[in-house]
Write a protein that binds this ligand. Structure first.
Ligand SMILES: O=P(O)(O)OC[C@H]1O[C@H](O[C@H]2O[C@H](CO)[C@@H](O)[C@H](O)[C@H]2O)[C@H](O)[C@@H](O)[C@@H]1O
Length: 320
């Protein structure tokens, strides 16, 4: 507790700093970026059961009504709902559903970036982000023109090969599982006995030695397997700011709320932009680039509610 209090001095609560945040954000355009697991939903043993509460969904919906809002998640983004429903029926009794971020959030008034930002869906093509073959136009289910940006498409076949190999390893270790996040993979060990975790890690690491254009990063009881490219959640944030028309404006303040290691890249990006609010979600002191903090998804929800109410108040006072 004492340590946490010391940490809080350097990373003050976004709730108790709300007055300060409000005064900086007054008359500015805030753009909200949210992580999913551990930020909007509590961490649970089964990744397919990481549901967000109805209250949290309403809070995020409200935020989406008042600010441009995007979720940048490690999970895959896809939202082919019909396919998923059918699959859910068929696999009801089987173990892993591999829930996509949209299946949890189910909001149409926000943007989504999956696979740690390597798969982004936005309304416009970016002129600034390199190779246009990575951007493809699609029509979403509401008939809107959308652009999918994906800088790692070429890695897909190998990701599938790696997935097959890792699944073979996971099958032999009780509690281990492999989640297919389309452009990256998660090897989960939250439910693996302590004495088997080392063995699992060694086997995954030695398999990955044959794929030197992939890297492993550690998340919360998970090994994340990503293609090595110059892209991360920070670059995804920048891409979204650009395609939403906010990149070069000094009037724009990005806020990013996240709890895990890959969120640090987004915190760093906000710091390098020199404006905005990087907020780490943590119940324990930790090394972070974030300037502010929130303890858990409950505090995240309180903060989002406060932010939406404040914005609504500003809009109403302009009408009077
Ligand atoms: O970027 P995020 O949206 O935070 O995704 C990061 C990973 O989150 C999920 O795993 C974590 O949450 C699970 C459910 O609470 C938990 O069981 C697991 O131990 C955590 O690591 C998700 O399943 C992964 O695919 C994401 O990469």
């Amino acid at each position: 507790m004492i340590l946490y209090d010391i940490w809080l001095k350097n990373h003050p609560s976004a709730l108790s700093s709300f007055e300060e945040i409000k005064s900086v954000a007054h008359e500015k355009q805030m753009v909200v970026f949210l992580d999913y697991d551990g930020t909007l939903s509590p961490i649970v043993n089964n990744p397919d059961q990481a549901f967000m509460s109805t209250e949290m969904r309403s809070a995020v919906r409200e935020i989406g009504e008042h600010f441009p809002t995007a979720i940048i998640s490690g999970r895959s983004r896809n939202k082919c709902r019909k396919k998923i429903k059918l699959k859910m029926k068929r696999e009801k009794k089987r173990s892993s559903m591999q829930m996509k971020v949209f299946q949890f959030v189910r909001l149409n008034n926000i943007y989504y970036a999956g696979s740690h930002g390597m798969d982004i869906s936005t309304p416009t093509v970016s002129l600034n982000y390199g190779n246009h073959e990575y951007q493809t136009r699609t029509i979403d289910e509401k008939g809107n023109d959308m652009v999918n940006f994906c800088p790692v498409r070429d890695f897909l076949p190998r990701i599938q090969t790696i997935k097959d190999k890792l699944e073979k390893i996971a099958k032999d270790i009780k509690g281990a599982s492999v989640e297919d996040n389309k452009f990256c993979l998660s090897v989960h060990y939250r439910c693996v006995n302590e004495e088997n975790v080392g063995k699992l890690k060694e086997m995954v690491e030695s398999t990955m030695e044959f794929y030197n254009d992939f890297r492993i990063s550690e998340g919360k009881k998970v090994m994340e397997i990503h293609p090595i490219i110059n892209w991360d959640k920070g670059r995804a944030l920048q891409y979204l700011l650009d395609t939403l028309g906010f990149e070069d404006s000094s009037n724009v303040l990005p806020i990013y709320i996240g709890d895990d290691k890959t969120d640090e890249d987004a915190f760093k990006m906000i710091k390098s932009i020199g404006r905005g609010f990087p907020v780490a979600v943590s119940t324990t002191p930790k090394e972070t680039e974030a300037l502010y903090s929130l303890r858990d998804p409950t505090e995240v929800m309180s903060f989002l509610i406060l932010l939406a109410k404040w914005k609504m108040g500003c809009a109403l006072s302009k009408l009077v």
